[in-house]
Design a protein around this ligand. Structure first.
Ligand code: SAH
Ligand code: SF4
Ligand code: F3S
Length: 462
């Protein structure tokens, strides 16, 4: 049965008393940091209602899938998982399954139509309503279609209670949505127009986090450099550079990271704030996407490869010891061997410490999906392999320069592969595995002894 409910009606907005005391919940997250942060908030909302986390869907009364739709394989992974849950639900009377996140926002009917064992489909704009929706479904049957709500500051993930993944590090939302129109990207269609959170609210959250023991925060937004365009405080727009300085000055905060800046909006004031604020880490994630000007224009990125490289050089000049990562898409429609060669050239010149490399995936509804000259899969795969090989080589060289140096790291916890080793992170964001048992959240000085393309090994000073 499909039911449409109007959110905002008294039935859904009624005040609640916790009714799910002791019930178990399990959340599976498919997407990016923002998606993970939303999951922390969903967990917080469920726990406020008395629920407790369990480690497997088989043990859960409520299973939440927080979806992503950035590339086709994200959609496919969800379908596979949903199929497995169907069998589990058959053996668990009363289990509820809710599908939220970006894919749910984009294609509610698609999810619900193919999976009648799903109880609730809720979009990113309705995350804060998850408990009400589950209750409503328990009483009235599946809610597979909900009227859209526009995004609001109250619904921002950081404005809701959270169950955080770590007591020492935290994500802090500074903007939601995206006003850009990269032709390959589905995010603006699912996350909506950009809204900035007020600096006072952000700082209040960071202070509260610091008081609770958090020492590292990562500021989140799709394009953090456009932060504040929609705000006016004392007659002027608040700037991201100022926000960085203010967050960096909060007592107890030792590390500030942020993601992602857009190259077209990345300017000297932000690089200067990074260099001059001791707590702001020497880490920059600056998505290049392509090294070909023709492709960059077709992507609507708003910069040329040369302009990107100038900004990168400016960042390296301004911020000593900067670690840089990037995103690159291989096989955007119309990409020729020459265009791809330009990407390899840009990567060789930029000498990134790391790169997230993606095979272009057409997203229905985006301009690129219907462009002529879609590149054949086999060609994309071959180019992709060459790009990965080049970046692995550069990444290894970059990491090798750190061997023998002593770096400050923050311990994340025991290594998954070896209990006698902890995984930690450098200020540049590189994973560094250290011998010995050290408590999560502690800061150590570690001498790098070996380098691999994607991580470092080290030991403590004698
Ligand atoms: N707002 C961020 C990007 C978020 S999406 C930014 O602009 O920096 C993360 C990355 O996914 C993008 O940088 C891009 O490299 C990749 N991506 C997005 N859409 C894609 C698609 N249709 N196919 C392949 N990769 C894609
Ligand atoms: Fe997508 Fe471009 Fe916005 Fe990033 S800046 S979320 S790639 S539209
Ligand atoms: Fe993130 Fe995927 Fe949505 S990358 S913003 S969860 S589409």
């Amino acid at each position: 049965m499909t039911e449409t409910i109007a959110l905002g009606t008294p039935a859904v907005r009624r005040p609640r008393i916790p009714t799910r005391q002791g019930q178990g919940y399990f959340i599976r997250t498919f997407g990016c940091q923002m998606n993970e942060h939303d999951s922390e908030r969903i967990a917080g909302l469920l726990e406020a209602d008395g629920m407790v986390p369990v480690d497997r869907p088989e043990r859960a009364d409520v299973v939440i899938l927080n979806t992503c739709t950035i590339r086709e394989n994200a959609d496919e992974r969800l379908r596979g998982y949903l199929g497995a849950l169907r069998a589990i639900k058959r053996d668990h009377t009363g289990m509820q399954i809710a599908v939220g996140g970006c894919m749910a926002q984009k294609d509610r009917e698609g999810i619900a139509g193919g999976a009648e064992w799903v109880d609730v489909v809720f979009g990113t704009h309705n995350t804060h309503r998850v408990v009400d929706l589950l209750d409503h479904a328990a009483e009235w049957g599946p809610i597979t279609e909900i009227l859209d709500e526009t995004e609001s500051v109250e619904a921002m993930p950081s404005a809701l209670p959270a169950h955080r993944r770590s007591p020492h590090t935290a994500w802090v939302t500074i903007t939601i949505g995206c006003n850009n129109s990269c032709t390959f990207c589905i995010v603006p269609a699912v996350r909506g127009r950009e809204i900035s959170r007020r600096p006072g609210d952000i700082l209040a959250e960071v202070r509260q986090l610091a008081e609770s023991g958090v020492t590292e925060v990562t500021l989140l937004g799709q394009n953090v450099n456009s932060y504040g365009r929609d705000l006016e405080l004392n007659g002027r727009r608040p700037l991201f550079a100022d926000l960085l300085r203010r967050v960096g000055a909060v007592d107890g905060i030792r590390r500030v990271r942020y993601t992602s800046p857009h190259p077209k909006d990345f300017r000297e004031d932000v690089a200067a704030a990074m260099a001059e604020t001791p707590a702001v880490c020497e880490q920059l994630h600056l998505p290049l996407q392509s090294g070909s000007d023709r492709i960059l224009a077709a992507m609507h990125r708003g910069y040329s490869a040369a302009r990107y490289l100038e900004k990168l050089a400016m960042a390296h000049r301004t911020i000593a010891d900067l670690t840089v990562s990037t995103d690159i898409i291989v096989g955007f429609p119309g990409e020729t061997d020459e265009d791809f060669a330009a990407t390899l050239d840009a990567v060789a010149e930029a000498r990134f410490d790391g790169a997230f490399t993606f095979q272009y995936s057409p997203r229905p509804g985006t301009p690129a999906a219907t462009m002529d000259d879609q590149v054949p899969r086999a060609v994309i795969q071959e180019r992709f392999d060459r790009l990965v090989a080049l970046q692995n080589y550069i990444g290894l060289q970059r990491n090798q320069r750190l061997v023998g140096r002593t770096l400050e790291v923050m311990v994340e916890g025991p290594s998954r592969k070896d209990e006698a080793v902890v995984t930690s992170r450098t200020r540049g964001g590189l994973p560094l595995h250290v011998d010995g048992k050290h408590p999560a959240g502690s800061y150590l000085d570690v001498t790098v002894t070996r380098a691999a393309p994607h991580h470092l090994l080290g030991s403590r000073l004698p």
